[in-house]
Design a binder for this molecule. Structure first.
Ligand SMILES: C[S@@+](CC[C@H](N)C(=O)[O-])C[C@H]1O[C@@H](n2cnc3c(N)ncnc32)[C@H](O)[C@@H]1O
Length: 334
């Protein structure tokens, strides 16, 4: 009997149900010393599209390097990842990477998690049309607070008879680099718990950007066309929309550099001229040249990331890399 066709993905919207908490988080970041806004606030429908445009830039090597690793080693990876897994895609965005792996991984179901809910709905709607036999669940949630699946998602898995299917957590694009090593450890432990709650044979398939010369790293975050500038400044528009601030994006200069001591690219927005940013119930004065920290992107040595995965409960860990050793895709069984 062929599996039943699925006309549309199911969608569970959890993010921004608590707008007051989002406002409190943003205000606390603006009042911090130095000021900061978390990179998850880059992503609304426009931010997601700007990120997709970044992946097309010559300077932005991670996406095409990771794609080349999947193209070259996908069949071998598929020997590790159990066929018939529930593929849980963290920060799915356009869903393009997971979709490219459907033919080799042959998932029993696809669960896509993203904070950028409108964009996720569009991407999943298109993907479902191309894969009608695969049940799909979209989860609009912020996994930086918790990665635990909501009860409604467990109910959905149960309805599809998938509670004991292996779970493959898929986290490509080196998005793990947005988290400090300690935060990454916490997130990976939660990913391990998510896998362990499914059937045997689960694990994590995760893309990680590696330490390399800053002459390669820095242009990837500061392209001459200015797409990354727009991406970074879009965070100010998001903050204006969510908190009611009066940021004028044109008065903030994009700054990106490799911090070798901490092994991370840092992105900031730097005030061009002294200015006071106001919002309902608060204000923050910025001196000329003062920075608002918007993103870290940690770069890893493979041996350190291997140890991080093992400390989170995964193992034995294997990884695949490209010919230049710029990027790695790790597999860690749960
Ligand atoms: C750098 S993009 C990567 C997109 C895609 N997975 C790829 O590899 O090309 C990061 C994705 O994670 C999502 N994201 C970022 N922070 C998130 C969070 N805290 N919770 C859920 N999704 C998040 C963004 O909306 C975006 O789609």
């Amino acid at each position: 009997m062929p599996p039943p066709p699925h006309a549309a993905p199911q969608f569970i919207q959890l993010h921004q149900t608590d707008a007051a908490a989002v406002r409190a988080e943003l205000a606390a970041g603006l009042l911090a010393q130095p000021a900061q806004v978390a990179p998850k606030f880059f992503y609304d429908a426009l931010g997601s599209r700007l990120f997709d445009a970044i992946t097309e830039l010559t300077e932005y090597y991670p996406t095409r390097t990771e794609a080349a690793i999947f193209a070259q080693h996908g069949a071998v990876m598929a020997q590790s990842v159990s066929a018939g897994s529930v593929l849980v895609d963290l920060g799915a965005g356009s869903c393009a990477k997971a979709a490219g792996l459907f033919p080799v991984l042959r998932p029993a179901a696809y669960v896509a998690v993203d904070i950028s809910v409108r964009y996720l709905r569009e991407s999943m709607g298109e993907l479902q049309q191309r894969h009608r036999a695969v049940p799909m669940l979209g989860l609009g949630m912020d996994f930086s607070s918790t990665l635990a699946l909501p009860v409604s998602a467990s109910d959905w898995l149960e309805r599809h008879d998938l509670m004991v299917a292996p779970r493959c957590v898929f986290y490509p694009g080196s998005s793990i680099g947005n988290f400090s090593p300690a935060q990454a450890q916490t997130l990976l432990r939660q990913a391990h718990a998510l896998c362990a709650a499914g059937g045997p044979g689960g694990g994590i398939l995760i893309g990680v950007d590696r330490v390399k010369d800053k002459a390669i790293l820095e242009p990837a975050y500061d392209d001459p066309l200015g797409v990354t500038v727009a991406f970074n400044r879009n965070l100010l528009l998001r903050t204006n929309a969510l908190l009611g601030t009066d940021f004028a994006p044109a008065r903030w200069r994009h700054v990106a550099f490799f911090n070798e001591a901490d092994s991370r690219i840092e992105m900031h927005l730097q005030a061009e001229g002294a200015q006071t940013v106001r919002w309902p119930g608060g204000a923050r004065a910025f001196a000329d040249g003062e920075r608002l920290h918007t993103e870290n992107s940690y770069k890893w040595q493979p041996s350190d990331f291997d140890a991080l995965l093992r400390a989170a409960g995964f193992g034995p860990v294997t990884h695949w890399t490209d010919a230049r050793g710029w990027f790695s895709v790790f597999w860690g069984p749960a």
